[in-house]
Design a protein around this ligand. Structure first.
Ligand code: SAM
Length: 122
């Protein structure tokens, strides 16, 4: 399988599982978010990108800490789920391998359980 086929399988697979994610996969992935946010050393108003946001839990928790958070994911289903769950946060469809913002747009780019799905590191 070449990488583009793998990537397309991932994208469609995550969309198909987006509605179930909160009651299944998130039971594992939520566990790392406190540590991730602790290391990020956010401050009130910090601009934060949740890269590979899935249903948006990192962005939502960063917002609770006072950050100005948004999220991107290449799965349309995940972005739809994130928008449903957290309507006051901006989520959009985009690829973490090609971030849709110039350098220094964000104070922190956070990515929870995503990078091993990607070809390049952030
Ligand atoms: C294990 S889930 C983690 C979701 C979320 N970060 C969390 O903590 O619940 C992996 C997520 O990475 C996304 N993803 C994988 N490769 C991506 C890429 N190249 N660009 C954007 N999102 C990607 C998937 O669509 C999926 O939502």
């Amino acid at each position: 399988m070449d990488f583009s086929a793998f990537r397309e399988g991932e994208r469609k697979g995550w969309s198909a599982r987006a509605r179930l994610y909160g009651d299944a996969t998130a039971r594992v992935t939520l566990q790392t978010i406190p540590k991730l946010l602790d290391h990020a050393r956010l401050f009130p108003g910090a601009k934060v990108l949740d890269a590979g946001c899935g249903p948006g839990f990192v962005a939502a928790n960063a917002k609770l800490l006072g950050a100005d958070a948004e999220g991107i994911d290449f799965s349309e289903g995940m972005v739809a789920q994130a928008r449903d769950q957290f309507p006051d946060i901006n989520f959009s469809v985009a690829d973490v391998e090609d971030l849709p913002a110039p350098d220094e747009t964000f104070d922190a780019v956070l990515s929870n359980i995503v990078l091993f799905h990607c070809r390049v590191a952030l």
